[in-house]
Design a protein around this ligand. Structure first.
Ligand code: SF4
Length: 221
């Protein structure tokens, strides 16, 4: 028997009525449960002239103009233009450096100023930050740790106005986001087993990737 979910949220919604108001709000709806003043405060923010408002409008404009017409690479260019971000930081994974080079070329061609910092910046061995040798990809060798804090700090020093994540690891991206002064968007989400397309696990969760719905398997991760 399926376990009862204690705190129902949007992932347990069959209506999605908040989008077009063409069905009905479910009993556990987060929209109807949210204080009206909180909704109004968010609306005020989006209607104002703060950076948050400009970003919200730029994102909506890119979506509205280019929905299903251009790639995410092109959307980043369109978004950067609309928030007047000329200096664009690229926080690149070592494994995505060739793609970052192409992306930098595209940004330059668009008249923007890319500035890339690789995840291995500082060249600090994993053992120097307390990571045991057995966790290296190649045990017994020099292997630089990812350094998302320094990566963010160098982009901060370069005064980038928008930073783009190119395949940072899970968790390293969290640290990068935390330490970046500029807004962050993601171009590539690293997923080494899925060609950097993590949603394919979700598409195949009931068939080829069914282990992800096995509690015994997940317990061991
Ligand atoms: S806000 Fe309400 S209607 Fe919208 S997805 Fe969440 S639960 Fe469903």
């Amino acid at each position: 028997m399926a376990k009862k979910i204690e705190h129902l949220s949007c992932s347990e919604c069959g209506q999605l009525h908040c989008y077009r108001r063409d069905k009905k709000f479910p009993d556990h709806c987060l929209t109807t449960a949210t204080d009206d003043t909180q909704v109004k405060a968010a609306v005020e923010t989006y209607r104002g002239d703060s950076l948050d408002a400009r970003v919200a409008h730029a994102a909506a404009e890119v979506e509205g103009l280019y929905y299903c017409k251009i790639s995410r690479v092109e959307e980043v260019v369109a978004f950067a233009r609309r928030i007047d971000a000329k200096r664009v930081g690229i926080a690149s994974c070592l494994g995505l450096v060739e793609e970052s080079k192409i992306f930098a070329k595209i940004l330059r061609t668009a008249g923007l100023e890319p500035y890339t910092v690789l995840c291995k910046i500082g060249s600090v061995d994993k053992s120097d930050i307390g990571i045991p040798d057995r966790l290296k990809i190649r045990c017994g060798t020099f292997e630089a740790c990812c350094n998302p804090i320094l990566q963010a700090e160098l982009l901060n020093a370069a005064r980038t106005q928008l930073n783009v994540i190119m395949g940072l690891c899970v968790g390293h991206d969290s640290l990068f986001n935390k330490h970046s002064d500029a807004l962050v968007t993601t171009l590539v989400t690293k997923d080494r087993t899925n060609g950097h397309n993590p949603v394919s696990t979700l598409y195949t969760a009931r068939m080829y990737s069914r282990r992800v719905l096995d509690p015994e398997y997940l317990k061991k991760l």
